[in-house]
Design a protein around this ligand. Structure first.
Ligand SMILES: O=C(O)CCC(=O)C(=O)O
Ligand SMILES: [Fe+2]
Length: 245
């Protein structure tokens, strides 16, 4: 791990993203990333797609695989951090991780990310990236343990010349309705307009609290390139939950 990773952008932008993240649970900066880096990453995503190295994205471990295509239609390939562009991307994420830990005391300890290529007709239905356990006795949620370690989600967009007509906006909501047992009931958000609908234009960057911000990728009419990633805490050791979490 670099001692002083090269940040994506200025300290000012980092600080204002973190202020928004703390105040409302999400933050967005259009044109946050260097266009050269964005182009290099987009080319890698395209090359992997053409080489058949991407595969169908699945939904969280708590869902049945058979549901996947009705929830999410996208193809993914995990970043391995090997190419110069991926090294730079991981270094920027590392700088953000350190800044978020310094200001928000989140204890984030690692970052994982993948390319996501949405074909025309691609989408990702409304979801949370991680689940809060409603109570210690919620045994049926045990399958979600692994995902609870996602604390902050990041999405970086790699698209060139995105227009309104291409669809594919990221809709974000600032509240999560819960049912009487404390489980998220996201279909109740049908009645609530999203707090924002963000264009996936190249260079844009979004941060979201993984357990708190429901979001969806609207139907995309063009090929849509993104890198979603997650900052994680070390909440499980040997399959057991960290008692502090
Ligand atoms: O691509 C996006 O805008 C968001 C993707 C997303 O929500 C996810 O991969 O969990
Ligand atoms: Fe997500």
């Amino acid at each position: 791990m670099d001692v002083c990773p090269q940040p994506f952008f200025s300290d000012n932008l980092t600080a204002s993203l973190i202020v928004d993240l703390e105040a409302r649970g999400w933050a967005h900066a259009p044109d946050a990333l260097d266009p050269e880096l964005v182009a290099a990453l987009r080319n890698e995503a395209k090359a992997q797609e053409q080489a058949g190295e991407t595969y169908d994205g699945r939904v969280g471990r708590a869902h049945h695989e058979t549901q996947a295509l009705s929830v999410r239609k996208t193809r993914i390939a995990w970043l391995d951090g090997a190419s110069p562009a991926q090294k730079r991307f991981m270094a920027g994420a590392e700088a953000l991780r350190i800044a978020m830990n310094q200001r928000l005391f989140l204890g984030l300890f690692e970052f994982e990310a993948h390319f996501a290529v949405y074909p025309p007709g691609g989408f990702y239905a409304r979801h949370l990236d991680a689940f809060t356990r409603p109570s210690a006795s919620a045994g049926s949620l045990s399958g979600r343990k692994a995902e609870r370690t996602r604390v902050v989600s990041l999405v970086a967009y790699l698209n060139e010349d995105w227009s309104d007509a291409d669809g594919g906006q990221l809709a974000v909501w600032e509240t999560t309705p819960l049912d009487e047992t404390g489980r998220p009931e996201l279909n109740r958000l049908d009645a609530l307009p999203p707090a924002a609908e963000l264009q996936p234009s190249g260079g844009g960057l979004v941060l979201m609290l993984s357990e708190a911000i429901p979001h969806e990728v609207r139907l995309s009419h063009a090929v849509r390139y993104a890198i979603p990633g997650w900052f994680r805490v070390n909440a499980s050791v040997g399959g057991a939950l960290d008692p502090l979490s």
